[in-house]
Design a protein. Structure first.
Length: 177
């Protein structure tokens, strides 16, 4: 006789289906307990893992540049002083965005920086220590320019006053902050 075919077809033959159904029926409680344990362990690993970065967590610029893949597409905050502000009205033509660097300096004198892109309009650049928050990207193409380790600014705060720097209006406007 030839091979049997069943109306349902499928991947398993009749005996295999019966065996799988019997195992699921007999060990239902143990399988549910094991699945719940695996789910709880996965949740605990995600909560207590060192790779987890909470939203708007303050990150050192040194740590950011040492492991950019860890922070890619995350909302983070960095603290430092402003460098190299290229603004609307800068060379060679008006930019639809502002680019600047935020420099963090250690007590030993060594420093590192991260590039920041801002589409918001503010009046003037604050001096001193600032806090910049936004979405970090390891690699970003903006027009014909390629930027590595860049933060897209969505919040900016002067550390001297502690006040959030909001949009300002005036004759000379900047897209930086």
């Amino acid at each position: 006789m030839g091979a049997r075919t069943y109306a349902g077809g499928g991947m398993f033959d009749y005996n295999t289906k019966k065996l799988v159904l019997w195992v699921l029926k007999e060990f239902r409680a143990q399988l549910l307990l094991a699945a719940a344990g695996a789910l709880a362990a996965g949740y605990a690993f995600g909560c207590f893992s060192k790779t987890h970065v909470s939203n708007n967590a303050l990150v050192s610029v040194f740590d950011l540049n040492a492991a950019p893949a860890r922070y890619n597409t995350r909302n983070i905050c960095v603290r430092g002083t402003i460098l190299n502000l290229k603004d609307a009205g800068a060379e060679p033509s008006d930019l639809p965005y502002a680019i600047f660097s935020l420099k963090e300096t250690r007590t030993a004198g060594d420093y590192d920086f991260v590039n920041i892109i801002s589409f918001k309009e503010r009046e003037a650049a604050p001096s001193g220590l600032v806090l910049a928050c936004g979405v970090f990207s390891e690699l970003k193409q903006v027009g014909k320019d390629t930027y590595h380790n860049v933060l897209f600014l969505n919040r900016f705060q002067s550390q001297e006053s502690g006040k959030l720097q909001g949009p300002l209006r005036g004759p000379r406007r900047s897209r930086a902050f």
